[in-house]
Design a protein around this ligand. Structure first.
Ligand SMILES: *Cc1c(COP(=O)(O)O)cnc(C)c1O
Length: 423
């Protein structure tokens, strides 16, 4: 499709957008009298309007029922988390029994390492991507040290090629093959937070399995953004947060995926708590743990229902819309943003370099050569919320559920004015 850099064209795209009504289903911050152009759904998604009611319901049940709410609330608290498994299974391509929601992302990665990183003398190395998200690096390093291993030796990072900004799948697979039977685990962020690259999770998972290693994915930037088939790909485990593209609120609960083949297996260890034991006998307060036959066996504590309520509200939207429609709009709106960037780039004499490769989701990461922090300040003042990384990278993530094509056009105009004011 050929695009045009004009307000009328952007409005035509909006008029034809099957998701256009969903923009109204979210609260937008305002700067002055303007609703912002929001590009940071990859960091904290906007609040759905319906979320308030879900939270209020819990507050009301707590107020009126107190402890009885565990069993007699309209959505009883003691198994509230179970309501999330099915809609989430459709978002990540899993079976509902492979999903649980608990804790937060880094905590869950540590817990999953208990099950899936059990180094031996021979097989003890972990492979990840160069410059992984810092929390993942700290998690992996501390796990290695916990097992008495030296991260400098046992943590292998796949590098980008000289002068390039993305990883090659072939380089990752070569490294997996090279490590062979010294490789215990592959753990990579499915979508890189910095350059927006979508890794070939299927091919990398297959290569890791062939080498006899476990493979896990951190899906923080992938869930709700890209197509996932965790079950069919044979992924061993995964975890994600819910506050980025999943719009469930700051610091909110995390999801985990554990492949069916590891459920109910005595040779897969885990750290355990009372919410992982079978519901039927939980309140008999027996001394022995009887694992639930699903990923819920990994749950430790009773569910934080005030946190799960916004997640459930958000999942209702994902159920209504479906990942297919989200991805269709994503492809088009990101292509339109790319077009706008190229148009503005021509007009301001080539200052942009998009470092996101073709394998991408919702995010474009752009070097703004010759620009600095003052441009970022200008954008923010004009109501464009972007993520800025020193020295001059902006990350733009137009979340398909609530961003409009008109936003992309208007952003281009603000960006151009911001650059030209320094001429
Ligand atoms: C956002 C993000 C996190 C955040 O972890 P929390 O434990 O939720 O604070 C971790 N890993 C990656 C790859 C992320 O993008």
């Amino acid at each position: 499709m050929s695009f045009e850099n004009s307000l009328s064209f952007a409005r035509q795209l909006d008029a034809a957008d099957p998701l256009r009504e969903y923009r109204k289903a979210f609260h937008f911050p305002r700067v002055g009298d303007k609703q912002v152009i929001y590009f940071t759904g990859n960091s904290l998604g906007l609040q759905p309007r319906r979320t308030q009611q879900f939270v209020d319901d819990i507050m009301k049940d707590w107020r009126e029922l107190a402890v009885e709410g565990h069993f007699y609330a309209e959505k009883p608290w003691w198994d509230y988390h179970e309501r999330l498994a099915e809609p989430l299974s459709r978002v990540v391509g899993a079976k509902p029994e492979e999903i649980s929601v608990m804790n937060t992302l880094t905590v869950n990665l540590h817990l999953l390492m208990v099950s899936f990183f059990r180094p031996t003398e021979k097989r003890y190395k972990i492979l990840c991507e160069e410059k992984a998200f810092p929390s993942d690096q700290y998690m992996l390093q501390s796990q290695l040290r916990f097992h008495g291993l030296d991260p400098d030796e046992a943590l292998v990072e796949v590098k980008k090629r000289e002068g390039e900004h993305h990883w090659h799948t072939g380089d990752i697979i070569d490294k997996i093959e090279e490590l062979g039977d010294s490789l215990a685990l592959v753990l990579i962020g499915g979508v890189n937070y910095y350059n927006g690259q979508v890794f070939d999770m299927e091919a990398i998972t297959a290569a890791a399995k062939k080498a006899g290693a476990f493979v896990g994915w951190d899906l923080a930037h992938a869930v709700g953004n890209v197509e996932l088939h965790l079950h069919d790909w044979g992924v061993d485990f995964a975890s994600w947060c819910s506050y980025k593209y999943m719009n469930s609120g700051p610091g909110n609960a995390s999801g985990i995926f554990i492949h069916e083949q590891y459920l109910d297996r005595e040779d897969i260890p885990r750290f355990e708590g009372w919410w992982g034991t079978r519901k039927e006998s939980r309140f008999l307060m027996k001394p022995t743990f009887e694992p639930i036959a699903t990923a819920d066996a990994w749950q430790l504590s009773n569910p934080p229902v005030l946190a799960l309520a916004p997640y459930l509200a958000s999942l209702e939207i994902f159920e209504e819309v479906g990942m297919k429609a989200i991805i269709e709009k994503r492809n088009k709106i990101v292509a339109y943003l790319e077009f706008i960037l190229h148009e503005i780039d021509r007009q301001v004499e080539s200052r942009f370099e998009i470092i996101t490769p073709e394998a991408r989701g919702c995010q474009l990461s752009v070097f703004l050569h010759g620009e600095g922090r003052s441009l970022f300040d200008y954008l923010m003042k004009e109501g464009v919320i972007v993520d800025w990384r020193e020295p001059n990278v902006i990350r733009l993530a137009p979340a398909p559920l609530y961003c409009s094509y008109e936003d992309m056009y208007a952003f281009g105009q603000v960006l151009k004015a911001g650059i030209e004011r320094n001429y």
